[in-house]
Design a protein. Structure first.
Length: 615
């Protein structure tokens, strides 16, 4: 049996599987799994609010325990050496908050030894220290209080709140409020972690914090920022936070931001049983899903992303107008975001009404493309969406996720970890490549168009010396290189262009012996490609799709990748979605179905009559 027959059988089986997974409203809701942070925070928040939902706490502690390593640590990805300090601290703290006799003395000692050997709580990520400070388990980091006046800086100021990307502002505003008040809360469930603070000065600061004595920085703040101004800024910050609450009660649709909001509302004097906090808890519960029979709080639901990807994947197979696809596209139309100047866009989650992004918008528009001549609403959305994407192009020619021309700011100089990775929204090769691939294949825009030419120039300038590109939202160089090459090819860059040929050489050099490709999450920490010996289906699919876009005939390497995908082997559990370098990764449960289906369909469409010939 040749590849053509095998691919067709694969397509049929995979499409039928995806159709069975469709929800009654037309959406696809695959789990979007992350590390222990969201489950841990949920346990702690429930205890802080005095909500006796023991069933939910037991469910979350069960998952946290199941993801614990034998050495007592927790990891963010399987090949992370020994474990992750911050993830371990947060998971362990949550287990202690649960109040249940889950770990015996030997197991607790394992975890505490792991933490102490790596410097204890002082060496954790600043977000972990922030969580601990909110719960009176660690002194407030000295980087705070960043003054609330940050929200009111004029346009000419070199450091402004509005310089941040919308995603970060949603998280940062409640942090500013709680930090300004030096807020912390203790309950009967709060554990004692003082012995994990391997720093005498930090322990002294924590003791002083618990007595309520103002620090030198706090006294200094009252001199430079009088109380009446501080009250004014607090009100402004509170209004901003409340304005970002979604209809389901979450803050900006994100679990992490919602947790911060709950603490900030408590700091502002809201009752634990207030409607806004009760609504937030219900919204957080709504982010729950089951992962391998264990209940998990997702940071955000990937419904729009998954629905758009699944519909476009099925369309590529040739079933673009069937009822399941029509229903999926109608779901996307129903969840569009209305923007300025009459344009339209989409966000990542179905409960995300005010935080659209370029990537979700371009993939949603792909899904609507087959219906433009038969559905007036789809036609209207498509044209307004394309206009929004074109208007979002940055001055450097590239595209970023949420904002336009917010890729530089002195705000990244604030002494907070990962500020450069999160606070601003620079153009990235993966997003720019994805937009070009959409414009070339769906928008009839090619080289010679001024906007396309500017984007091509950006991508050529962003290529690494080894021929790869870094991808911000996937792991990592395989993702970025796939997006860049397929985008450049779609708009008409010649396949013999040195940029393309260097990328192909780099890609082939990274192929594993099993025929697939794999890349470790460590790549975005080390800022260089780190191989993963266990190939993954999604990363192999990106590599295969890249080669298909360039090669006139299948090569040995390409056929090896196709064979790997058809056999459906490899590491299906590895997270290949990126969130925050070194701290947050995503395992999209849809990816190992969607991306191989798309790559194999492109392979069959291009080489249908010569699938067994090798160049």
């Amino acid at each position: 049996m040749g590849f053509a027959t095998e691919i067709q059988a694969y397509q049929q089986n995979k499409v039928q599987y995806l159709k069975r997974k469709q929800c009654p409203d037309g959406a696809w809701r695959f789990p979007c799994e992350n590390g222990p942070i969201t489950d841990a925070h949920m346990i702690i928040v429930l205890r802080v609010l005095g909500i006796e939902d023991n069933h939910l706490i037991e469910q979350l502690t069960s998952r946290i325990l199941k993801t614990r390593e034998q050495n007592g640590a927790w990891k963010l990805y399987p090949d992370e050496k020994e474990g992750n300090l911050s993830a371990t601290i947060e998971a362990y703290t949550a287990l202690l908050f649960s109040g249940k006799p889950i770990l015996d003395e030997t197991e607790r000692r394992k975890t505490e030894t792991f933490i102490c050997e790596r410097g204890g709580l002082p060496e954790a990520h600043v977000s972990t220290k922030f969580l601990l400070a909110l719960n009176d388990l660690y002194p407030w980091p000295t980087v705070f209080p960043i003054p609330l006046s940050l929200l009111s800086m004029p346009t000419i100021s070199p450091v402004r709140f509005d310089d941040m990307t919308s995603y970060v502002k949603t998280h940062f505003a409640p942090i500013l409020i709680t930090a300004n008040k030096r807020f912390s809360v203790r309950t009967k469930w709060t554990p004692n972690l003082d012995h994990l603070i391997n720093d005498a000065n930090k322990r002294k600061r924590l003791e002083r914090q618990r007595t309520g004595k103002p620090t030198f920085l706090q006294r200094l703040k009252t001199i430079f920022f009088p109380k009446h101004l501080n009250r004014k800024w607090l009100k402004r910050a509170e209004r901003y936070v409340v304005s970002q609450i979604e209809t389901d009660g979450t803050l900006g649709s994100y679990a992490t931001a919602t947790y911060y909001m709950i603490y900030c509302l408590l700091a502002l004097g809201y009752s634990r049983s207030s409607a806004i906090i009760t609504g937030a808890i219900q919204g957080l519960k709504g982010l729950g899903t089951f992962v391998d029979s264990e209940f998990h709080i997702q940071n955000a639901r990937s419904t729009i992303w998954d629905t758009a990807l699944v519909t476009s994947a099925i369309q590529a197979v040739g079933e673009g107008t069937e009822f399941p696809v029509r229903k999926g596209c109608q779901f996307l139309i129903n969840h569009k975001v209305l923007c300025e100047k009459g344009t339209i866009s989409w966000g990542f989650s179905e409960n995300n009404s005010d935080n659209p992004d370029v990537d979700d918008t371009q993939v949603a528009l792909r899904s609507l493309s087959p219906f433009l001549m038969q559905n007036k609403e789809a036609y209207d959305c498509w044209h307004k969406g394309v206009r929004w994407i074109l208007e979002m192009q940055n001055a450097d020619g590239g595209w970023s996720s949420f904002e336009k021309n917010k890729g530089k700011s002195l705000i990244t100089k604030l002494p907070i970890e990962n500020m450069k990775d999160t606070a601003i929204d620079p153009s990235t090769p993966d997003l720019t490549g994805r937009v070009l691939e959409f414009l070339g294949n769906y928008g009839a825009k090619k080289v010679g168009n001024p906007q396309v030419d500017a984007a091509v120039k950006f991508l050529k300038g962003a290529q690494r010396e080894d021929g790869s590109w870094y991808g911000r939202w996937g792991v990592c160089y395989l993702y970025g290189t796939w997006a860049a090459v397929t985008g450049l090819m779609a708009v008409g860059v010649p396949k013999d262009d040195p940029v393309i040929q260097n990328a192909v050489r780099w890609l082939i050099s990274k192929q594993n012996h099993d025929g697939g490709w794999g890349e470790s999450c460590q790549s975005d920490v080390r800022d260089t490609f780190v191989p993963l010996e266990d190939s993954t289906p999604s990363q192999t699919a990106w590599a295969v799709d890249t080669l298909v876009s360039v090669l006139e005939k299948p090569s040995v390497e390409l056929i090896g990748g196709v064979r790997f995908l058809l056999d459906e082997k490899g590491n299906w559990l590895y997270p290949t979605g990126a969130g925050l370098p070194g701290n947050f990764y995503l395992r999209y449960h849809s990816y190992n179905h969607i991306w191989p289906l798309i790559a194999l369909t492109h392979y069959l469409n291009k080489y249908r009559w010569r699938t067994d010939k090798v160049s």
